[in-house]
Design a protein around this ligand. Structure first.
Ligand code: GRF
Length: 196
């Protein structure tokens, strides 16, 4: 039986899942919010092991199921998911899924959009581009998700300095600190906003 007031989150992740874990930890002591599902396209992703440790059910799927059927969308509807949180999820959201969850899908990007976004701009590619462009700052962008990479409305940004001697790894470390610090709280604020 699903409790009516309970807010249910599905976390999508393709990689290590450090953000997914921070978000799960943030809500452990909150009886109003449940991480109902960790969804992944990658059976080898670190996030799978984290989910097991956190006792969160995992849903794995392949490209055909995701893009050529509405099975995933239907499952998220059936499970009464209130918010879909992308945390290092590598695939573009299919149109049907975006339409079924308007303003209920958010993503985090490891740079200050609209700079350094779009197809192919993920992980170390982002930080390499930031350093190559001699940027003096980088940061994080949390935004709503539409059918295009990194183009949905921006919800929140946080900045960090980039010094002339910083390597892409240095920038990645600074950005990850910001991600872990802000993403869980912003997720909870979006849940509250959606409730009003
Ligand atoms: C983060 O840098 C996030 O901004 C990006 O993918 C990365 C995921 O890292 N979208 P992790 O798997 O949460 O450690």
């Amino acid at each position: 039986m699903i409790k009516h007031s309970l807010k249910r989150i599905a976390l999508f992740a393709s990689g290590s899942g450090s953000n997914a874990e921070k978000i799960a930890e943030y809500f452990t002591s909150n009886p109003e919010v449940e991480i109902s599902l960790i969804v992944s396209n990658n059976p080898k992703a670190g996030v799978i092991e984290r989910a097991r440790r956190l006792h969160i059910p995992v849903l794995l799927f392949d490209r055909t199921t995701f893009y050529d059927t509405n099975r995933i969308t239907q499952l998220l509807i059936d499970q009464r998911i209130d918010l879909i949180v992308l945390a290092g999820f590598m695939w573009l959201m299919p149109g049907g899924l975006v339409q079924a969850f308007p303003n209920k899908i958010i993503n985090i990007h490891p740079a200050l959009l609209p700079k350094f976004g779009g197809k192919g701009m993920y992980g170390h590619f982002v930080h390499e581009a930031v350093v190559a462009a001699n940027e003096t700052e980088s940061g994080i962008t949390i935004h709503y998700v539409n059918e295009h990479y990194d183009e949905g409305q921006i919800i929140f940004q946080a900045h960090c300095p980039v010094t002339p001697t910083d390597t892409p790894d240095d920038v990645a470390r600074k950005v990850q600190v910001l991600e872990h610090e802000h993403y869980p709280r912003v997720v909870s604020e979006v849940l509250l906003m959606n409730n009003e």
